[in-house]
Design a protein around this ligand. Sequence first.
Ligand code: PRP
Length: 189
Amino acid sequence: MSAKQKNSVPLRWRKEVERILITDEQLVRRVKTLAREIEKDFRGREMVVISLLSGTVMFLADLIRHLNLPLRLDFIGVSSYGSGTASGELVFTKELRLDVRGRDVLLVDDILDTGKTLSRVLPKIRALEPRRLKICVLLDKPARRVEKIRADYVGFAIPDFFVVGYGLDFAERYRNLPFVGVLHPHVYQ
Ligand code: PRP
């Protein structure tokens, strides 16, 4: 397959997805190096990985299989209300179950956009008094930030494109695409 073919949107998605921003190969490579960075910082200590539903599914599955240290996994369900592009009202759909007091915690999310989600989630976790709390996101869109939030581990910093795939959705669709692609504006306008 030529490089051009590898980077072109599969025919099935071409009407909805304008172009591939991050290929599946780039994702595989970066997720592995991110895992190495995290492993080094956590120095083999057992961690609690808290993942925010649902956009993290693919990233989380790929990341934790490369984390060569003991961990426990839990989820927080949080979603911006509605299916539009703007981050609206936040609704908690699942609360944390594991006890994280005194533990090393890695919070994993797919994208850090306005920062509103993490600005609601972080105080909830901090109130549980973990020993350490680090944030890992696959994508960071600094141009859209309205809250003062910074991730400790970032897979890719990206410009302000509407991206879908590899877990990220628009109106719950496109999560299954194996790459991160830019959605055609006609889909969401
Ligand atoms: C997305 C994403 C982040 C959040 C980032 O979640 O998964 O959690 O938005 O945006 P912010 O920084 O502007 O708050 P969404 O509410 O779309 O739910 P999902 O994970 O189920 O897609």
